[in-house]
Design a protein around this ligand. Structure first.
Ligand code: BGC
Length: 259
């Protein structure tokens, strides 16, 4: 077994964490979930993070995901969360709340890192985009296995709309779209994205990717192969732990690249 790092995924409804063997990408203890506080203010979320760290009696580094842009520990956007996050040094707040070294990164970037190292993107070079389809649309962009952090492709404008307000998995449920209707919207979105970044592979993540057989075959007008993510539920936790381990031991960062 390799070294363990605690990964915590901040989501819209739950904050989930588990220690991860970052070499294997496996959770080493059962994951612990607490509801995301409402409203999800920085102070309330920091308190829950402290509870998760305490639950595991964790004394080492912690990786944490955030559903927005994160630059140098500062949260810079808040599409689906409380606006108090914008411009906040959230990493410092979390360090204070947990008493541990904290690495903070975008949720889709975390899921993408895990997917590239251990899932559907393993060993894939070229331009790979991992999209998480959930409440919003998150994106992670890789070129020969190296991430370009904080891409926000979920907010491409399509027909005058923010893409995630048309094609996120939440919208399929809210608007009670059939798989075919949703696949048509996804196809429109993906072909627009393809025209801009020309990916060699598109990996679709988020809980809905477990049902990829229902909608991926219905997507038309996209040249790049489209495959479902394989880690799905724990990708954020695993990717967060990987990022924290890489920050603690920079040599590990190289392993994120495909061999
Ligand atoms: C945010 C992204 C995030 C995605 C998934 C989008 O609304 O802008 O930063 O990765 O939702 O949570």
């Amino acid at each position: 077994m390799g070294e363990e790092t605690l990964g915590i995924d901040i989501g819209g409804s739950g904050i989930k964490g588990a220690p991860v063997d970052t070499a294997e990408g496996a959770l080493t203890r059962e994951r612990f979930r607490l509801p995301t506080p409402k409203p999800a203010t920085p102070r309330a979320v920091a308190k829950v993070l402290g509870d998760v760290v305490e639950h595991f009696g964790w004394t080492g580094p912690v990786g944490v995901t955030f559903p927005g842009v994160v630059v140098g520990g500062v949260t810079m956007s808040a599409a689906n969360v409380d606006r108090k996050w914008i411009g906040l040094d959230a990493a410092a707040l979390f360090r204070e709340a947990t008493g541990r070294p904290v690495t903070l990164l975008n949720d889709a970037d975390a899921a993408g890192l895990a997917e590239m190292r251990l899932g559907a993107g393993r060993g894939k070079g070229g331009t790979v985009v991992v999209l998480t389809l959930g409440t919003g649309i998150g994106s992670a962009l890789f070129t020969d296995g190296v991430i370009v952090p904080n891409t926000e492709f979920g907010h491409l404008e399509i027909d005058g709309h923010d893409a995630e307000t048309r094609a996120a998995a939440r919208i399929r449920e809210e608007e009670k779209l059939g798989w075919d209707e949703w696949a048509e919207r996804l196809g429109r979105y993906l072909s627009r994205l393809e025209a801009l970044i020309c990916p060699s592979l598109i990996i679709l993540g988020g809980g809905v990717s477990k049902r990829a057989d229902r909608f991926v075959p219905l997507i038309t007008g996209v040249r790049a192969p489209i495959v479902p993510a394989t880690l799905v539920n724990n990708a954020g936790i695993v990717g967060a732990a990987m990022a924290a381990a890489a920050a603690a031991h920079p040599r590990e960062a190289a392993e994120v690249r495909p061999s």
